[in-house]
Write a protein that binds this ligand. Structure first.
Ligand code: GTP
Ligand code: MG
Length: 203
């Protein structure tokens, strides 16, 4: 049975120089290439059509957005990080991205897991494999959502899922097939997220 979203609201938007909101709840960060579907997946998770802004123009989200969610008996924050890999950005914009994202990931005490998104139709690149290694080095639990699975038919989809899980070196339970369009995988993703939020912090 699908757990009910009792509350979903934005609590803060942060840029390179802003202070992050006071840490009051466990957090799970969404991370991935620009246009991979982070904001769409977040909206689907919280059952709100336009809480997070989505766009067909890549590179729209340059800021960190903190959303507070109550689901069943759990309260947590989903943190939408700006996308990377957008071709038309300058070197200094890329460095701004890195500084902002690392400032968050490096020292955010309530961070329980990072959810990396990977488009089903693209190959995983060095960006994704390096990010996963970087997370692991810092003891941040990596979880992957493979996005837009509605875009391929069943047979092709199974083949691509196997390929991607191989490229990312992840077991199936850590690389969940999802669609923000059909809602596929959303319950499985919530189960994985809530298991990490409920777990005591790693020492
Ligand atoms: P940035 O904020 O620019 O980094 O992008 P994002 O990762 O937040 O992507 P966003 O959610 O804005 O989605 C990008 C485009 O992909 C939009 O046109 C969405 O409608 C489309 N999209 C996202 N998820 C899905 C999905 O599951 N299925 C399909 N078919 N399209 C999707
Ligand atoms: Mg976005």
């Amino acid at each position: 049975m699908r757990a009910k979203i009792k509350r979903a609201e934005i609590v803060a938007t942060c840029g390179p120089t802003s202070q992050f909101p006071e840490a009051t709840l466990p957090e799970v960060a969404l991370l991935g290439r620009s246009n991979v579907g982070k904001s769409s997946l977040l909206n689907k998770l919280v059952q709100r059509r336009q809480l997070a802004r989505t766009s067909s123009t890549p590179g729209k989200t340059r800021l960190i957005h903190f959303y507070e969610v109550e689901i069943g008996g759990d309260a947590l924050r989903l943190v939408d990080l700006p996308g990377y890999g957008y071709a038309r950005v300058s070197r200094s914009e890329r460095e701004d991205w890195k500084r902002l994202v690392e400032r968050y990931l490096d020292a955010r005490e309530p961070l329980r897991a990072a959810l990396l998104l990977q488009d089903l139709r693209r190959d995983a690149s060095e960006d994704e494999t390096l990010l996963l290694a970087w997370l692991e080095e810092r003891g941040i639990d990596p979880l992957v959502a493979i996005t837009k699975v509605d875009k391929l038919k069943r047979m092709q989809r199974q083949r691509r899922l196997r390929e991607l899980r191989g490229q990312l070196a992840l077991a199936p339970e850590r690389a969940i097939a999802t669609s923000a369009q059909t809602g596929e995988g959303i319950d499985a993703l919530w189960r994985a997220i809530r298991a990490r939020v409920a777990a005591p912090p790693q020492v």
